[in-house]
Ligand binder design. Sequence first.
Ligand code: XMP
Length: 512
Amino acid sequence: MREIAVVFDFGSQTSQLIARRIRELGVYCEIVMPDISRDELLRIGPAAVVLSGSPASVLEPGHPEMDPALLDINVPVLGICYGMQLLSKMLGGTVEKGENGEYGPAEIEVVNHTGIFSDMEYNLDVWMSHGDHVVKMPEGFKVLAGTPACSISAMGNDNKKIYGIQFHPEVVHTPRGKDILRNFLFRIAGCKGGWTMSKFIDESVGKIRNLVGDSRVVCGLSGGIDSAVTAALINRAIGDQMKSIFVDNGLLRKGEADEIRSIFTGDYPLNFLVVDAKHEFLDALKGVVDPERKRKIIGEKFIRVFRKEAEKTGGAGFLAQGTLYPDVIESRSAFGGASATIKSHHNVGGLPEDIGFELLEPLKELFKDEVRVLGRELGLPERLLSRQPFPGPGLAVRIVGEITEESLSVLRKADMIMQEEMVRYEKYEEVWQSFAVLLPVKSVGVMGDERTYDNVVALRAVTSLDAMTADWVKLPYEILGRISSRIINEVKGVNRVVYDISSKPPSTIEWE
Ligand code: XMP
């Protein structure tokens, strides 16, 4: 049986980060909702359980809880921040509101150098973020570390193998955090580790073969890394039983279709087909301005193309998608923890309810950076793996307002300049996404002696770990200035360029 750790997600921003750190240590890890039943937890059979932090307080009514019976399955438990406070409350300790709380960097003094603090220094830099703290530990616990503001910063019960830490070991601001997690997993929970991408490939190949049997699979390639890695993985499992379809929907960036064609017919040959459906998509989008309508139309068209192509070779049972773990988590949280339905818009635009295929989503346990590692392991070319994410609905969600051949052409040229300059200044791979957006706004300008009345282009560059949150990039003025003057000089129809300095939340990455 596969060794697995689980993280109970109490709503913290860093639950996913905890899972990633654990996987980086070679232990496969999944996130579960705290309302999971004891039977379900036993079915998963974790070797270790971690309780995440939370924006909630155990002192306020309605805070997220878990069934204490879940602690009673003879598996080591580590509570982080809120997780520690919840453990205390459940096991008979006392939690109180601190006078000022502790937010940001702190130094803990380690008073017990066994277990999770084995081989640690006496003083450790850690990252704190809490208002409440444990003032009385449950029976059988001892103090492992403290700060002047919080005398019980870490506690443990070696008999029950239950531990609590007030700080966040998963963030980079806790330099020894990963070692603390390592101690918990390997010394306390007895994990063996060794979960690697090549193991993941072996497991997935077996699962895909079992699931698909003699059926056929269509895989929608978008040119992005997720769908490419999905196709490569399924190809490894079932070869030509899968047909990969790249739809040229007229909403692609400059040169995109040619590049993808050259990769999948040259460097990495697949059972691959480019379908030219430009007119079909653009005709259907005529006059449409509402972003969700755009997505819906695009989703329907994609499915129509996939169906038509599948029928040509005797039909297909499965549609493969590059859904990732954050998509699953995001939709699960969005539906109150009750459902694992995938947000359909995340991959090929707003999919219709009845798509007429079963979905095959072999990456849905992985994080984005793991997908890159997997792609490398599967031998995909680096020029594909280093591409920034590109949304399924393509430039349609980067033209605010109506999509026309003319607006697409303007945006393509502006976007190309942005990409060229990002590469030239070696910023392209540093950022999560960088692109241009065409606004439905005209403004007055002057070129030579002439008055102009032309379009505005917005530039957007963000850093992000998984697109759930994002920060705008502080691009040097020199780069912004160069991109702006090149766009205004080289792209007919644009006389003004602005830079988007909004973060997500409350904005989103795309403008639509
Ligand atoms: P937002 O704009 O929601 O985007 O912050 C988050 C990430 O998702 C991408 N995105 C999409 N990808 N279909 C996709 O395949 C879509 O409809 C879609 N909308 C946004 C976006 O580029 C960013 O990486």
